[in-house]
Design a protein around this ligand. Structure first.
Ligand code: SF4
Length: 348
């Protein structure tokens, strides 16, 4: 059964998540915006919402114990998640992709090479001074992993990802996934002897639904073909839009290919886990210093990471104008990834 995290269980120490830690490390001002001032952009990135729907769909897939109904239930969830697709073409695109992806996943992994031990496992762990081994008096760390599974050689974290492409650089980046390595450490402390991570990658097909041609486009094409024929005629027919069924069928062909899904096994060294402990400790010390002095530096080299502007760019550019904050952001509690922490925890 999954453990619930509450402030009481955290012994009144302040809980922090990896996401909060990493935000502070990348840009202290961004940390202040999100975790102290509780500002969340009103418009959330489309990629995030698609990714979160797939994440929940896979969670439902592994939670279900009824082999007969589980695909039906997961597809029903996707239907609900994109319920306005009939009036929103963008949602229809995402619905098609999500539906085919999950149907393909169900076929590919109808039988698994592992046993599922935990789904969406939450944990709370101690942050320790690496020199003395003593617990932090101020903080504990909280997190949640997608799953824990048992393979023939031990327990692994199962981490779901969607990606447009899995190439050498994508696989290299998995090594830099500090969050998951850190979580391994804390789950080991909780009695799960994790030996590695399985990255469960679901590829996003780039196929597009055929739009067909307008009468005008057809007439132009027809005239061009006719001009090339000695007879001066063409039998070409107008291309009609691809129906939903035809497009799903084409997508399903794509998802039956081996490269549509990828599983990458990564093993974790003890050295790396020890190094991460030191890093976490150092970041908390830097945080305490920033809080004591009330200084939240702007790390402008981080404003355009991940090939897109930071969601707080307009706010920072405005010099933290209150009207900009009102217009572009809503007040939302931090630690959204840990539903049970939301209402009780304080930011670190
Ligand atoms: S826009 Fe730049 S300085 Fe402002 S919060 Fe984002 S990363 Fe930090």
């Amino acid at each position: 059964m999954s453990q619930s995290i509450t402030q009481t269980e955290a012994n009144d120490k302040t809980l922090l998540t990896y996401s909060a830690l990493n935000t502070f490390r990348n840009c202290p001002r961004k940390y202040k915006n999100r975790y102290l001032d509780n500002l969340r952009p009103r418009e959330r990135a489309e990629a995030l919402s698609f990714g979160s729907v797939i994440h929940t769909a896979i969670e439902l897939w592994y939670r279900s114990t009824d082999a007969e109904s589980r695909l039906r239930d997961v597809l029903a969830y996707i239907d609900d998640a994109f319920e306005n697709r009939v009036v929103d073409a963008n949602l229809m695109v995402q619905w098609h992709l999500a539906t085919a992806m999950i149907r393909g996943y169900a076929e590919r992994y109808a039988t698994e090479e592992f046993e599922v031990i935990e789904v969406e496992k939450e944990f709370v762990g101690e942050i320790r001074n690496p020199d003395t081994g003593r617990q932090s008096q101020t903080f504990r760390i909280a997190g949640k992993v997608d799953g824990i599974v048992r393979c023939h050689d031990g327990l692994y974290l199962l981490e779901h990802k969607t990606a447009s492409n899995v190439d050498a650089s994508y696989l290299d980046k998995l090594w830099t996934d500090t969050q998951i390595a850190l979580y391994c450490h804390y789950l080991r402390e909780q009695g799960y002897p994790i030996v590695g991570v399985i990255y469960n990658v679901l590829l996003k097909s780039r196929l597009k639904q055929g739009k067909g041609e307008t009468q005008e486009e057809y007439e132009v094409r027809h005239a061009e073909l006719a001009a090339k024929n000695k007879s001066g005629k063409s039998t070409a027919k107008r291309q009609l839009p691809e129906t939903d069924e035809e497009f799903q069928s084409r997508l399903m062909d794509w998802y039956s290919r081996p490269e549509a899904f990828h599983r990458e096994f990564i093993y974790l060294s003890e050295d790396r886990l020890a190094m991460l402990q030191e890093e976490v400790w150092e970041i908390t010390q830097q945080y305490l210093d920033a809080r004591r002095r009330g200084k939240w530096l702007l790390n402008t080299s981080n404003c355009f990471s991940y090939q897109r502007p930071c969601e707080y760019l307009a706010y920072c550019q405005s010099g933290f104008n209150a009207n900009v904050a009102d217009n572009l952001y809503e007040i939302a509690p931090p630690h959204e990834e840990l539903a049970s922490v939301d209402s009780d925890s304080q930011p670190f």
